[in-house]
Design a protein around this ligand. Sequence first.
Ligand code: SF4
Ligand code: SF4
Length: 275
Amino acid sequence: MSGAPTTPKAKPSLAVWKFASCDGCQLTLLDCEDELLAVAGAVRIASFLEASSAVVEGPYDVSLVEGSITTEHDAQRIQEVRAQSGLLVTIGACATAGGIQALRNSADVREFVSVVYAQPDFISTLDTSTAISQHVKVDLELRGCPIDRNQLLEVIASLLAGRRPDIPDHSVCVECKQAGNVCVAVASGTPCLGPATQAGCGALCPGYNRGCFGCFGPSEQPNTESMTAMLADHGLSGEELVRVYRSFTGGAPEFAGAADAVEVSLRGADGEVVA
Ligand code: SF4
Ligand code: SF4
């Protein structure tokens, strides 16, 4: 037997970062109660302020980033996060599409600020809410509002194993059929973004007789033109169509483009809304 001592392999370090967000995606990590000890055993959680104020200095092997970029300060901070991260994974609709706060992208943010805050002069913010990938290189995007815990665990396991994560890229309609749901769009004409939305939630909303809100963002090559035509056939007005697209992932280029196309069709030659 060789007497040479072996050095235990260092665990990969994990950091969790927050930008403009509600913390719901970070809470999904904390909600992995049964698996959290195994995760903590496999990686060194070096920085996760939602869970502990103890912070180990970077660099970090893996960073999970929640939230969108809405201020100059955060536009600079994400560059620092990128610089000290091996792999950078964005989690949730805010980080991957700008989130619900991307409603500002098609409106005047100063008007919102003047309505919400008693002293708007103290608010310093950008005109847009943008996805992390619009600022730095992102290695993997995990969709959802919030993310799905099983997908999060699959991503962590795959990173540890050095393989590609097994995340579905089909639409919510496939999950809806697998769940045996009645199609609310066909049965009752309820607006449903499922045909154009990436799977991940298990078709939660159609399972409760509601249309899909598009929380997991556009599926691969979504046919938003057909989607718009189908929704219009179900009697949605132009303004209602715009609202359907400008929801949780309305900042994603495919849904933003679909909303813009409807808005263009609503405007007369002078740019005023005519219908
Ligand atoms: S994606 Fe949804 S759940 Fe996650 S931080 Fe943003 S608003 Fe919260
Ligand atoms: S309810 Fe929505 S997600 Fe389900 S099959 Fe119908 S269109 Fe697709």
